[in-house]
Design a protein. Sequence first.
Length: 188
Amino acid sequence: MTASTGEQDVIDILTTDHQEVLALVSQIPAADAGQRRDMIDTVIAELMRHSIAEEMYVYPAMREHLADGDSHVQHDIQEHQELEEVMKELEGVDTADPRFLETLARLEAVLRDHVSDEESEQFPMLRAQLPREQLVKIGSKVEAAKKAAPTRPHPAAPHSELFHKLVGPGVGMVDRLRDKLTGRQNSV
């Protein structure tokens, strides 16, 4: 888990993110309508930060160091796009509407598939290819990226490292300002 320096590597960080978000998603159906909105807003914000950080720093490493890395990244980006589209739907559905739970179930299904691919295949391969120091360094970059990343889905935005590095911090700032002004939950 942690090295003698106390620093987590990127795989530990992302795996923890997965566990926390999946746990929160599983609690939403039993919550009342008001709690559901806060919980799904938190899930959306956490997933957006996580996916953007992956696209900025993890996917380039996968492309460079994994056999068939481009194919893995393309698959993951397609899942990120699908997740963003479902999250955008969830933002517009009243939490008391039966469609909310149906849409939430779709989000959970895509998310579980994505997590399974990463944790059972991609992360072990990445860990086998990169020294721990490099994984810790990527982890630090991922943590920094999550602080500046958008907190709302933008399904029309490109899933590119360059876009996220150049435009993402501005979009993230606007999202966090909107969150603050509307009282929207954006963190666990």
